[in-house]
Design a protein around this ligand. Structure first.
Ligand code: EPU
Length: 293
């Protein structure tokens, strides 16, 4: 498809297939990769002026795009990719990818983020969702964030953010994040990364397109994956989408899944778990259309 440029960082009709971990083919009406805050504001102004909604995109690892067109300006933070080590951690731009950050930090002897191994999120997305795994979450390490809220640049301390399970900072645009980490032996960090990866690989389909867990774990203290599994959903398939045979809370794209297949599977999951256990599963996976409302 021929992509036409609006200016040197905003494009028209851009495929999002390689920008979401579920690999759904969706076309953004406009797509911007601003290189700095000025360009970011320019992109927002561009959309405002035309009455177009804006979707801020991190690593695309927890979002479901619609089949066909997404009537929005998708703003990617991929050019916000600088980071700076401090004496006790790192200040990193929102668009830095966790696997890259993890590598850089372990090379420099900063530990803590090993739990994120295998997750293709950006740090901005991780802070928005309060990404978690292996009993840890990103807010265990966040000290401060730098954001644009109602057009104003602000520095917000962790104490002033009401974060919780899979709920981070959602009010404004995250520009950069200060994480406090632990000084650790490099070999020990690498050993921990290997251990986490080994554990995850055994129970999670890390080698297939997915968006991680689809549902949050319910408050009753039992894992959504277990409920879906016991409701007989492992391997259950609609079109190209399937509840993973390794972990029932992961929906994987077997190659040609559509957004519609995935939504149907999600509804079946909710229905079956409710029927069997009277538990209402709440989605962790975000639908692009809902963000844009
Ligand atoms: N289980 C099953 N069947 C399944 C999946 C799990 O019986 O299909 C059982 C397991 O055997 C275990 C229990 O359920 O006894 C818990 O499973 P697991 O350790 O895999 O943890 P989880 O609660 O299913 C959570 C997070 C994951 C995170 C893992 C590992 C949520 C919704 N999920 O899963 O996070 O990676 O712990 O720490 O909080 C994500 O949020 O995207 C995500 C993948």
């Amino acid at each position: 498809m021929k992509v036409s440029m609006v200016n040197n960082f905003i494009k028209e009709k851009v495929s999002l297939k390689d920008k979401n971990s579920l690999r759904i083919e969706s076309i953004a009406r406009f797509y911007a990769e601003p290189r700095d805050v000025d360009e970011l504001m320019e992109a927002i102004y561009f959309a405002d002026k035309r009455g177009i909604k804006v979707l801020f995109l991190g690593g695309g690892s927890n979002i479901l795009f619609p089949d066909s067109n997404l009537d929005a300006l998708v703003v990617s933070f991929s050019q916000f990719r600088n980071f700076m080590l401090t004496y006790d951690g790192v200040i990193t731009d929102a668009g830095v990818k966790l696997p890259f950050l993890l590598k850089k930090l372990s090379d420099k002897g900063f530990g803590g983020l090993e739990f994120t191994v295998g997750i293709p999120a950006t740090i901005g997305g991780a802070v928005r969702m309060n990404l978690g795994s292996m009993g840890k979450e990103i807010f265990d390490f966040v000290q401060e964030i730098f954001v644009i809220e109602e057009g104003i640049f602000k520095r917000i301390k962790k104490e002033d953010i009401k974060y919780g399970y899979r709920k981070g900072y959602t009010k404004g645009i995250i520009i950069s994040v200060y994480l406090k980490l632990e000084r650790m032996d490099k070999i020990e960090i690498k050993r921990r990364i290997k251990k986490v990866l080994y554990k995850k690989r055994k129970v999670q389909p890390l080698n297939m397109p997915s968006a991680g867990c689809v549902f949050k774990n319910p408050k009753i203290g039992v894992s959504a994956g277990r409920l879906l599994d016991e409701a007989g959903l492992k391997g259950y398939t609609v079109g190209g989408a399937m509840f993973s045979t390794l972990h029932a809370n992961f929906i994987v794209n077997k190659g040609n899944a559509t957004s519609r297949d995935i939504k149907e599977l999600i509804n079946i999951g909710i229905e079956r778990v409710y029927k069997k256990f009277r538990v209402i599963l709440e989605r962790e996976l975000l639908y692009a259309e809902e963000i844009l409302k």
